[in-house]
Design a protein around this ligand. Structure first.
Ligand SMILES: [Zn+2]
Length: 362
């Protein structure tokens, strides 16, 4: 199969053709120069690397009715927020089933990796691992020790089964806790993630010292805060839909201008489906709604490129023969790839080369 149109990957958007054999890229080049000279089934479209969902709480998928009204503290703050009560009241089996359903939806939408902040200690990590087994999604699971003050043995136990630790926020956690967790993650060669400046602005020392591997939200961060984050080289997962539910937005335009490296995430699965495409469309529209427009290319990179770099596999964001990418084809007009991908992608336009059928259909 030959896709005549465009590529959008780590090297940016460009007109190109991509030839696939058995689902693998065997040839890439300038349009009209392919070796098959029209002797191959050709479709028009855009070839992209598989997206990554940069921030989820998939366990929340057990909550299926509209959450009660209230601020973010009432709903999702540990240990007694609404979501923690729902999680505590749900047996393991339906929890695993809900997470698996969410993951399968991501697969239908072409997602190849997810970075999840999993609550509920060692047991919580194990449940998500169960949900992930057999699902073709790379799950990066950041667990959370439950006991406060921190129990070092529990922390080590979580780190043995998880890919790192994802804490609530600098406001919710004592400085000593953050330091101990950061040190333990470094020692174990694992990642340390932290929510920051979500409901209220926090001083940067709350979340940049000790330096985390990933920050989430920064919806209340000032441009000075964002500049400090950019200087520290810390990547930020933004979740515009989740923030919008509580009347705020991350300043995506400032992040772009200041060179903050951004991942896009869908946050709590009790608020909306974990669709990175829906998030992308909302990010584009909402940044205009608040008069701080971010470019389509910047937003597309947050779903397709930056997370692969954060995961240490930058090659997975590059389309070409023999790279680590799992390319997908979007049946969209190729004239302005970043704009099309950001504003129009749904499961219905996704085609997985080599699968013999359109993805997203039974
Ligand atoms: Zn979160």
């Amino acid at each position: 199969m030959l896709v005549d149109g465009a590529i959008l990957d780590a090297d940016g958007p460009r007109r190109a053709y991509v030839r696939f054999r058995d689902g693998k890229v065997v040839e890439v080049g300038q349009r009209g120069t392919d070796s098959r000279r029209g002797r191959e089934r050709t479709i028009r479209g855009i070839v992209i690397p598989s997206p990554v969902n940069g921030h989820t709480h998939l366990g929340d998928a057990v909550s299926v009715i509209e959450p009660p009204a209230g601020g973010v503290e009432t709903l999702v703050a540990p240990p007694h927020g609404y979501k923690f009560r729902v999680l505590a009241g749900t047996p393991d089996r339906p929890k695993v089933a809900a997470m698996r359903q969410a993951l399968e939806r991501m697969v239908r939408e072409g997602v190849a990796a997810v970075v999840d902040f999993r609550e509920e200690g060692v047991a919580g990590v194990a449940l998500l691992r169960r949900a992930l087994s057999g699902v073709p999604v790379r799950g990066v699971v950041l667990g959370r020790p439950l006991r406060r003050p921190l129990d070092v043995q529990e922390l080590e136990a979580v780190l043995r089964v998880a890919d790192g630790i994802g804490l609530s926020s600098g406001r919710d956690e004592e400085e000593a806790t953050r330091r101990t967790v950061a040190r333990a993650c470094r020692r174990a060669g694992k990642r340390f993630g932290l929510h920051a400046s979500e409901a209220v602005r926090e001083p940067t020392e709350n979340y940049l010292d000790p330096t985390p591997d990933l920050l989430v939200h920064l919806a209340r961060a000032t441009p000075d805060d964002l500049a400090a984050v950019a200087r520290a080289g810390v990547r930020v997962a933004v979740c515009p839909r989740s923030n919008a539910l509580f009347g705020r937005q991350p300043d995506l335009a400032a992040m772009e201008r200041l060179g903050v490296r951004v991942l896009l995430g869908t946050d709590n699965a009790m608020f909306h489906a974990p669709s990175v495409w829906a998030e992308l469309q909302f990010a584009y529209a909402s940044s205009r709604l608040v008069g701080r427009p971010a470019s389509a290319e910047f937003l597309a990179r947050a779903a397709l490129v930056e997370p692969w770099r954060w995961l240490g596999t930058p090659d997975a964001a590059r389309i070409g023969p023999g790279t680590g990418a799992r390319p997908i084809v979007l049946r969209l007009p190729p004239e302005d790839p970043a704009y099309q991908v950001t504003t129009r992608t749904t499961a219905q336009v996704i085609l997985r080369p080599g699968s013999g059928r359109r993805r997203g259909r039974p």
